[in-house]
Write a protein that binds this ligand. Structure first.
Ligand SMILES: Nc1ncnc2c1ncn2[C@@H]1O[C@H](COP(=O)(O)OP(=O)(O)O)[C@@H](O)[C@H]1O
Ligand SMILES: [Mg+2]
Length: 318
């Protein structure tokens, strides 16, 4: 049923709205079998990029393709890509099943597919209920069900975790990961790293329409210099031993511990052992991904009055 592999390719994509450069020379690819997080603060250009991928906005330059084709070149787009965009409108008095049946005809799939996707997203028992009475989480599931109607190879979701409770986020995570494990492609945007951190295999981080990081989250963590905090019996002796080992980034903290950069805790402990220094405590610094994300994307607000930051409202500048 699926033609092509489900590869998303964004190449030198640029979009200007008058004087606003919403997206600037953006490039990344999303491979099948993985969940990719498309991250950046509000206004970074995520929605504009996804809308260009879905043929809803015309790029100023560059291309966004699925299976090597632009959206309008896809023969049956509903069979190739399903999308959940922000602010989905549902007719409040329509039942979930009838909402979906509006689309089955348009996409050209049998009506029975409506019940199948409702079961897939865990709404099977709510099929005959009016959508107006749905919780936000149920509406998000219905939006995902709508995107799944054409049994697409590629799923694109714009801020799907917005307003979801922890249970909804956990459901979405499991769902997207198992969808990707079937060999399909998932691209999911968010302005909150914490919301998708455990869901995604790799991330594209954008700020002011430009890529600031592209790759696995683990690599991002590892790129950061972690310090080792150590409490030795003899600070001067350990510092000397480390220096003799070629470690130069050593700092004494006010509490008497040493902070050592560029080596792991094993290295520090081995140096101490050789120098005959006891260690009373040792730990590696934890890299706070949220702070990292903030640092990577905070340039977006350079020059602006820094109050009140949307990050604080979003709850990740703790
Ligand atoms: N239709 C539009 N007309 C004018 N400016 C727009 C339009 N859509 C988006 N923008 C601007 O483009 C920038 C990126 O917006 P958007 O893609 O919605 O970012 P995000 O989804 O990351 O929050 C913002 O400065 C926004 O105001
Ligand atoms: Mg957006």
């Amino acid at each position: 049923m699926h033609d092509g592999s489900g590869l998303i390719a964004v190449q030198n994509l640029t979009k200007h709205f008058g004087p606003v450069a919403a997206v600037q020379n953006l490039s990344f690819t999303v491979s099948p079998g993985s969940v990719t997080g498309f991250l950046g603060p509000n206004g970074a250009g995520k929605t504009t990029t996804l809308r260009m991928l879905l043929g809803l906005v015309k790029p100023s330059s560059g291309t966004a393709t699925i299976n090597g084709r632009q959206f309008h070149q896809l023969g049956q787009p509903g069979r190739v890509v399903g999308a959940v965009l922000e602010a989905q409108g549902f007719h409040p008095r329509r039942t979930a099943r009838n909402h979906l049946r509006v689309y089955t005809a348009a996409i050209g799939v049998p009506d029975a597919q409506a019940d199948q996707v409702l079961n897939l997203v865990g709404l099977g028992t709510a099929a005959d209920r009016a959508v107006g009475g749905f919780s936000l989480g149920m509406k998000q599931r219905l939006a995902v069900a709508t995107a799944l109607l054409g049994d697409p190879q590629v799923l694109v979701l714009d801020e799907p975790a917005n307003g979801l409770d922890p249970e909804g986020i956990a459901w979405l995570r499991n769902f997207l990961q198992s969808f990707a494990r079937m060999g399909r492609t998932v691209l999911i945007s968010s302005h909150l790293l914490a919301e998708v951190e455990q869901t995604v295999d790799q991330v594209v981080i954008v700020s002011r329409g430009q890529t600031v990081y592209y790759g696995p989250l683990d690599h991002l963590r590892q790129q950061q210099q972690r310090r080792v905090f150590v409490q030795p019996s003899d600070v001067a002796a350990l510092a000397a031993a480390l220096q003799a080992d070629g470690v130069t980034a050593i700092e004494q903290l006010p509490d008497g511990r040493l902070a050592v950069s560029g080596v792991d805790s094993k290295h520090v402990a081995d140096s101490a052992l050789r120098a005959g220094v006891s260690i009373y405590g040792i730990q590696e610094e934890q890299v706070d991904l949220e702070q990292l994300f903030f640092r990577l994307t905070s340039g977006q607000y350079a020059g602006h009055v820094p109050a009140p930051s949307p990050y604080q409202q979003g709850g990740w500048a703790r």
